[in-house]
Design a protein around this ligand. Structure first.
Ligand code: TRP
Length: 331
């Protein structure tokens, strides 16, 4: 860990299969950021229980998410990868910060409003204070940068507000985190309704690709992707389906939209969709192979995240002690 590198933090919920959208929109970037920044990445299991989880399945998803992060190329030696619930400082700081967060500001969070409408039978307090826990995740590591998608931007803003408020009362305790807008990584849309974001909770399984899908499944899903009727392979506001496929192809091949349009000049959607499917399958193949090696050796996987837990705990404890001292607790 070099002192002069900026600190990056991000977390991912282990709440199900990770999709091509998670990969292109976030995780591919997590891997890329490692060369430039001092990165801390966590499996956010505490956040995941704000919606009901089935214990045995949940446990497997936590293992699976950790294995997948390693398979993607997160280097646990150079960076820190850990499991959120293993570092108790997150829950502790979240409680303290909740006393510096107003009921009104949490009530305004759009994700809370959306999720409480979706899970009307379980509008629990955790769902409400979710952004405070997220603020704790970020502030514990004195993070400079947080890569966030549009849906988490409001949560980062509240983390900044809480940190600024706390610093105003007690002096410089927390680094104020900035959003990091990734260089790569378009927003990946549903293959069946390209006006909606790709989501694993979509009932139509043809609308999304899982990182661990087989090559056959991937190609089948791309073959069925919704396009339009003018058969021109180019980006356009009136062509959300084709634009989405170009975005995906661009993200996995590194080619620009112009180069892609030229490459498929005179070809039809059928050829293009197969080419996108094959490029995606090819990009995911080595990840899937590495995933198998990590998930089939639980002992090794456990050794890796335990080391990460310790590194994270060490850094988190420093901030938490400072906070406790400032608040006036007896240490
Ligand atoms: N809430 C984020 C999501 O669902 C996950 C998350 C938890 C997170 N803690 C975080 C993201 C801290 C960035 C920073 O995507």
């Amino acid at each position: 860990m070099e002192e002069n590198k900026k600190k990056v933090l991000s977390c991912i919920q282990p709440s199900g299969m990770l999709t091509l959208g998670n990969y292109i929109g976030a995780l591919k970037n997590w891997v890329a950021m490692q060369s430039e920044f001092d990165c801390t990445y966590a499996v956010a299991d505490l956040h995941a229980i704000t919606v009901r989880q089935e214990p045995a399945k949940f446990r497997q998803q936590i293992y699976s998410t950790a294995a997948l992060l390693l398979a993607l190329g997160i280097d646990p030696e150079k960076n820190t990868m850990f499991i959120q619930s293993h570092v108790s400082s997150h829950s502790e700081l979240a409680w303290i910060l909740s006393c510096y967060t107003q009921f009104g500001e949490l009530s305004r969070m759009t994700q809370f409003k959306d999720k409480s409408a979706k899970h009307a039978d379980n509008v629990n307090v955790g769902l409400f204070s979710y952004p405070v826990l997220m603020a704790a995740d970020i502030l514990l590591y004195q993070s400079d940068l947080v890569p966030v998608g549009a849906d988490q931007k409001q949560h980062l803003e509240i983390a900044r507000d809480i940190a600024t408020r706390f610093n105003h009362i007690y002096g410089d305790v927390f680094t104020i985190p900035e959003p990091y807008i990734p260089k790569i990584g378009a927003r990946v849309m549903s293959l069946q309704d390209p006006t909606k974001k790709m989501s694993k909770s979509d009932e139509n399984i043809n609308s999304w690709v899982a990182i661990l899908d087989s090559k056959d499944d991937i190609i089948r899903k791309f073959k069925r992707a919704v396009t339009d009727s003018d058969n021109r392979i180019c980006v356009g506001e009136d062509k959300p389906g084709v634009s989405n496929l170009i975005g995906i192809y661009s993200a996995v091949t590194g080619k620009s939209a112009e180069v892609i349009t030229a490459e498929f000049e005179g070809k039809g959607y059928g050829d293009f969709k197969i080419a996108v499917g094959e490029a995606v399958a090819e990009e995911l193949k080595p990840i899937q192979e590495r995933y198998q090696t990590f998930i089939s050796d639980k002992k090794q996987l456990e050794d890796i995240y335990r080391q990460g837990d310790e590194k994270a705990f060490y850094a988190a404890r420093k901030t938490l002690s400072k906070v406790k001292k400032k608040v006036g607790f007896v240490l």
